[in-house]
Design a binder for this molecule. Structure first.
Ligand code: ARG
Length: 257
């Protein structure tokens, strides 16, 4: 439905963004992104599985604590996971690695689209020399239209193998009421959605847990979306400013704000 409109606006978006021309509502990298460096995003961590493969992202909020999406821990033995700071290239050994001593999943998390998709990772040793990102103020929500930055190593096209190099994109925050009309399961407040109405720039598979930053504050963590970069199907992020999320994180990590 509405296929013709989404294709037309999608192409227009690509032209406006100066990016690749879009076909049928899908696009390129993080999806619609460009190369980035952890030097400019020092709080951004890779989350690696037991085999050392990157499969999610996380954000450093204290020297020895990070936040990620709760669904990144489903069916995982936390003691086998590691986070890496300061590494842009998945195939390099740059940066610092830390084991995870323990993790806490939000007690109200039941599944990705149910909300509360947040977990705190307590690191076995501090990652020193990397900046932490401050949490959005408790009770705050980013202004609709605000430019949000998101970065990760996930798919640049739905179904590809993710990118070797870190990619980032800037996406506008969508008004919660609007997002609720696009996604029946969107929960205003607990979730924040960001993306262009016409699609084109988005997080994708492998970007889960990636920090969404507005004006230097952590407002969200990549959680879910229908497809990637499609018109009226923006990325949905766990809202760090929501009291239920903020309180969980600050209780786990008293040093964070
Ligand atoms: N669930 C995905 C992951 O596991 C993140 C999906 C975000 N999707 C989107 N269209 N923004 O990595």
């Amino acid at each position: 439905m509405k296929k013709r409109i989404s294709v037309l606006t999608g192409v227009l978006a690509g032209v406006l963004a100066g990016a690749v021309a879009l076909t049928a509502g899908t696009a390129q990298a993080i999806v619609g992104g460009s190369r980035a460096s952890t030097k400019d995003l020092p709080h951004l961590l890779m989350l690696l599985d037991a085999r050392g493969q990157q499969y999610c992202a996380a954000a450093l909020i204290a020297p020895d604590a990070a936040v990620t999406a709760a669904h990144c821990l489903l069916k995982k033995d936390v003691s086998t996971l590691t986070v890496v700071a300061g590494r842009d290239d998945k195939r390099s050994t740059a940066g610092s690695i830390a084991k995870i001593a323990s993790a806490a999943v939000h007690p109200d998390f039941t599944g990705t689209t149910g909300g509360h998709d947040v977990a705190v990772l307590h690191l076995a040793a501090p990652l020193t020399g990397y900046r932490t990102v401050p949490l959005a103020r408790r009770g705050s929500a980013p202004a609709p239209g605000a430019g949000a930055t998101v970065a990760g190593w996930g798919d640049t096209d739905p179904g590809d193998q993710g990118t070797r190099y870190l990619m980032k994109a800037t996406v506008p925050v969508v008004a919660p009421k609007t997002c609720a009309t696009w996604y029946p399961s969107f929960r205003e407040g607990l979730m924040t959605c960001a993306g262009y109405e016409q699609g084109g720039a988005d997080t994708c598979k492998g970007d889960s847990g990636a920090p969404l930053v507005v004006q230097g504050a952590l407002v969200g963590l990549a959680s879910w979306g229908e497809g990637c970069g499609q018109a009226r199907r923006p990325g949905v992020y766990t809202s760090l400013g929501h009291p239920a999320v903020h309180d969980f994180v600050t209780r786990q990590v008293p040093g964070s704000r």
